[in-house]
Design a protein around this ligand. Structure first.
Ligand code: MEV
Length: 438
């Protein structure tokens, strides 16, 4: 079958749905019913969601859950999380409760600088380019004044612009490397607008610069774009307590627990195969708060993993130590987040999530997000180094299996009772359901 289509974006929503249903389903009316089942009955709300992207046909639900009892810098938070993986919210909630009786989490924003670059090609004398940049630098600021004035009122703006010579790595390649402070907004639009103006100024001023030859005047701008790598936009999250205070029902020998935990982190520090999974666990926590608060999880993912490789080898984002009988577990990660702009005032659930968090500033949200990541990592390592991950994971996953088999309420009660004292595995649950139904 040829599934190519011309002018899809110009079709009405109804026609798009009809085309998809007829093209890909043997029972188109059933497909249309499923698509429409997820529409919101409030047409204004539906329109809002339709207009977030192009070619919308329906809404894709993900659950939004709450991990309560996060004590961060002596203040309690209930953290909204949006995620499909069954054990993540439970793990965060378990960790937050555990640490709330051990001093809670400490978090600090170390810096909050964002970066953007104009990538350009210049063929000529490097010294002349440097002279040109130094005489023109103030123009990059003055010609972006109409873009930066509101940001400046909020205490942000362009911090600096540097000329960077990259010709060692790529012939004739230079950059304007600019740093920004964007306060409570993630700042992508602000930064990109500034950069595009820098690019215009660069081209025009080069044309008018007497010190350049005709060829040198012809600067070619390749692109102007922010960087999602933000190694100077760092937040630190930490937990710490005396070894003996780590004890609880499942941690009978806290010294042994702490040593094994530190060992597990050290393995993730030196072994990339483990580091990726270790960091994935951290991102379970981070991404779910990022999604709930309407931030860009792809930007955060890209930046965080680049940071995890900053020393030339992919490594653990978190670290742990035992010193003088005290266990400390911490993480420093780059997070460029916003609590204004973007989806934050548009998506009703994002607005709610921010309200639940007490309408945080971007700095406060960085702290909450980092802490949720650390809490998730603690929960994963605690399970991995004690009971193993499957016990808790399968306990949460059992509902997915029950839904897959469309079990009745009666069957659910019997299945859950049986697996209170038996090891849960997908095969064991399926076998039990089949036996029940014989
Ligand atoms: C599963 O989503 C995350 C874990 O694999 C993280 C880890 O291994 O540390 C449990």
């Amino acid at each position: 079958m040829n599934n190519a289509v011309a002018g899809f974006s110009k079709l009405t929503k109804e026609d798009k749905i009809n085309w998809i249903a007829n093209e890909y389903f043997t029972n188109p009316s059933e497909a249309i019913a499923t698509i429409k089942q997820y529409w919101n009955s409030d047409s204004k709300l539906q329109q809002l969601h339709d207009e977030f992207i192009e070619n919308t046909i329906t809404n894709f639900y993900l659950p939004m859950g709450i991990a309560p009892n996060f004590l961060i810098n002596d203040k309690y938070y209930s953290v909204p999380m949006v995620i499909e993986e069954s054990s993540v919210v439970a793990a965060a909630a378990k960790s937050s409760k555990y640490w709330s009786t051990r001093g809670g989490f400490k978090a600090t924003v170390l810096n909050s600088e964002k970066i953007g670059q104009v990538h350009f090609i210049y063929k000529g004398d490097v010294q002349k380019l440097e002279n040109f940049f130094n005489t023109t630098k103030s123009k990059f600021f003055s010609e972006t004044e109409n873009i930066t004035k509101n940001m400046q009122k909020r205490g942000g703006g362009i911090l600096d612009i540097e000329l960077r010579n990259k010709t060692n790595e790529l012939e004739n390649y230079f950059q304007l490397h600019a740093t920004f402070e964007t306060k409570d907004s993630m700042g992508a639009n602000f930064i990109n607008s500034c950069l595009e103006q820098f690019a215009k100024t660069l081209k025009v001023e080069a044309q008018n610069y007497d010190g350049f030859s005709e060829e040198e005047k012809n600067i070619q701008v390749v692109m102007s774009i922010l960087s999602n790598y933000v190694p100077n936009c760092i937040v630190r999250a930490e937990v710490s307590c005396k070894i003996e205070d780590l004890a609880e029902k499942k941690i009978e020998n806290p010294q042994e627990f702490a040593e094994k935990f530190v060992q597990a982190v050290k393995i993730a520090e030196i072994e990339p195969y483990r580091a990726v999974t270790h960091n994935k666990g951290i991102m379970n926590g981070i991404d779910s708060v990022i999604l709930a608060t309407g931030n860009d999880f792809r930007a955060v993912e890209a930046g965080v993993h680049a940071y995890a490789s900053r020393n030339g080898k992919y490594s653990s984002l978190s670290h742990a130590k035992i010193e003088n009988g005290v266990f400390t577990f911490w993480m420093e990660i780059p997070l460029a987040l916003g609590t204004v702009g973007g989806l934050t005032s548009l998506h009703p659930l994002v607005k709610m999530a921010l309200q639940i968090l007490g309408k945080p500033s971007a700095h406060e949200l960085m702290q909450i997000v980092a802490v949720t990541g650390l809490a998730q990592n603690f929960a994963a390592l605690r399970s991995l180094t004690t009971t193993g991950i499957q016990e808790g994971h399968m306990k949460m996953h059992i509902n997915n299996i029950l839904n897959q088999f469309q079990t009745s309420d009666e069957e659910r009660i019997m299945i859950k009772k049986h697996f209170e004292s038996n090891t849960i595995s997908h095969a064991a649950v399926v076998e039990f359901i089949e036996n029940l139904r014989k």
